[in-house]
Design a protein around this ligand. Structure first.
Ligand SMILES: [Zn+2]
Length: 365
């Protein structure tokens, strides 16, 4: 992706009303026991636990180049598809969508939660890497986001299975969140986000342009309530933060921000004391900054990325990307030594809870 900051700071809006106005007591992460048992193993830079095998690790298989049409691209794509087809069998419909453009073979992966929804929140990241600089494995661009989405997929599958296996009476307080929602989830792994030679409208976001055209043609686009696009996440650098970019998704940005605040600052005393996740969650930095209104005030996109054709089609977009970009961006230093697995886990938790709360809000009672 590319960004342009032609305008100066438009002005800082005082957002004291958003800060600390509500201090919920005893907030608890949904299905915390599942995360405590699986998150660290799934998103880890450490394969010592499984000598000779990467086991259930969702991150390490991305530690290679993934240029469209290459062997690395094929291997990683097979790894993603295998995860959905075997581990999560029956919960997600898997579509592989190959196409050719500009002399290259690309393949988008589109996964759809099978819960009979009529509207969708779409979670997306790109799995390809740039041709130059040679050898760049794109740890933050965007291996970490892809691994986080694969974890979200297995978490949602777990919740769906749990709901089906649990007597209705025991779910009665709120009913089934995932299996009973009118809102569904699609997870998209875009190919060809990066330019092959030089970034431009004809040489970038190949997969996103293709899928947007398809969804406009087949009538899927109007059913997309939100596109949550994750990119350049997982850097351990203290800055930058992820601001809100688009007014028509600001409400969802605020939900994600509230979840981050809850996770970092408002957990119940009992959860904080007993949960194995507590210590690591508390160490995380805040990544969302609801006091930064600079880009909202511009009223136009400042970052060109996979969301562009969906924005043009009128889809609300929550763009989870830091600005300015991390210092390793588009260099060979964007490798797994510069990746912070705890950051990737932080985003995985945020998005899992975001999905639960979004689906719960659309429960069919
Ligand atoms: Zn990039």
């Amino acid at each position: 992706m590319r960004y342009s900051l032609s305008l100066h700071v438009v002005g800082l809006v005082c957002a004291l009303a958003l800060l600390g106005a509500q201090r919920a007591i005893g907030w608890e992460l949904s299905y915390e026991a599942y995360h405590a048992a699986h998150l660290n193993e799934a998103i880890s830079l450490d394969d010592d636990d499984n000598p000779g095998s990467i086991g259930n690790n969702l991150l390490l298989p991305f530690n290679r180049t993934r240029v469209p049409g290459s062997e690395g691209s094929r291997a990683v794509r097979e790894f993603i598809v295998e995860h959905f087809n075997s581990t999560l069998a029956g919960e997600w419909a898997v579509e592989t969508q190959p196409f050719e453009e500009n002399g290259y073979n690309f393949t988008n992966l589109v996964m759809t939660l099978q819960n009979n929804a009529s509207e969708y929140v779409v979670l997306a990241a790109h799995y390809d890497t740039k041709i130059e600089p040679a050898g760049m494995v794109g740890a933050i661009d965007s291996a970490a986001s892809c691994a986080a989405l694969m974890y979200v997929a297995q978490f949602v599958a777990h919740v769906a299975r749990h709901e089906r296996a649990t007597e209705q009476a025991r779910l009665e307080t709120e009913g089934p969140v995932v299996t009973g929602s009118a809102l569904g989830v699609k997870i998209v792994f875009f190919d060809g986000e990066e330019a092959l030679e030089e970034w431009g409208p004809e040489d970038s976001i190949y997969g996103a342009r293709r899928l947007a055209a398809q969804w406009l043609a087949d009538g899927t686009m109007p059913s997309v309530r939100l596109l949550l696009l994750m990119d350049l996440l997982g850097s351990g650098e203290a800055e930058p933060m992820v601001p809100s970019y688009h007014a028509d998704s600001h409400q969802e940005y605020q939900l994600l921000n509230r979840i981050e605040d809850d996770l970092l600052f408002r957990r119940s005393a009992s959860a904080s004391e007993s949960s194995p996740l507590a210590a690591q969650v508390a160490r995380q930095r805040k990544r969302l900054d609801p006091t930064d209104y600079r880009y909202l005030a511009l009223g136009r996109a400042v970052v060109d990325d996979d969301h562009t054709p969906f924005l043009a089609a009128g889809v609300p977009v929550l763009h989870a990307i830091p600005l300015p970009f991390p210092s390793t961006w588009h260099t060979v230093r964007d490798d797994f030594r510069h990746l912070d697995a705890a950051e990737a886990r932080h985003w995985a938790l945020l998005v899992c809870e975001f999905v639960v709360q979004s689906l719960r809000a659309r429960a069919q009672r």
